[in-house]
Design a protein around this ligand. Sequence first.
Ligand code: ATP
Length: 239
Amino acid sequence: MLLEVEGLCVNYGHIEAIRDISFGVPEGTITTLIGANGAGKTTTLKTLSGLRKVRAGTVKFEGRDITSIPPYERVEMGISQSPEGRGIFPGMTVTENLDMGAYVRRDRKSTAYEQDLERVFTLFPRLAERRQQVAGTMSGGEQQMLAIGRALMARPRLVLLDEPSMGLAPKLIQQIFDIITEINQQGTTVLLVEQNAAQSLKRAHTAHILETGQIVRSGTGAELAGDEAVKAAYLGGDV
Ligand code: ATP
């Protein structure tokens, strides 16, 4: 397992946002956590990034206990996140935003850095066309592409994607999921958090359903997509 979460509990004051969840992210896979609004998906990702403290439980990355280490060290180890709501720097250009994603790297302006920049521009030709555009003036879809591209600039082993399809038009949603599949096929492990259960289950090797802070079902993406109860609750009766 690239990432192992064991007995994780996270609170906001007295509110138990996450209650005793355990799951793994196998290397090379797309693993997805799906669930409704408020199920605890964002809290889980923030905890894995080190932005929220755990009340109990452990997080291991490549076998090493990272439960208490700060966010920037996790980025250095190979975990980077594309946050919910994108969180781009609106006053900066596309290229400057991508450069911010690489801030922990010691090899900036090297060939490897340039290759990673090219990788992002190949995955997202729209960003290549808009290199010098101020990010805040771009469309929601372009900003989402930028947030994912920025996360990739840290050269992660594991990329955490928080609701990348949120607020996008159907055609663009399809495109974003195609790109996530491509990123994975290029060798990056993906933990994908989504409300779009149909697309996520279709793309994921492993899936977990989160309800009010607990994992209530796990299986392969295909298993859960074919399950009657999952279909009724999350897929509107069809896939
Ligand atoms: P969404 O899709 O709306 O982002 P989510 O599955 O990501 O939902 P979380 O945002 O992780 O869910 O929220 C989990 C629970 O924690 C919810 O009950 C929510 O109300 C609560 N919560 C989240 N953030 C805070 C906060 N800053 N303070 C207090 N409670 C919070």
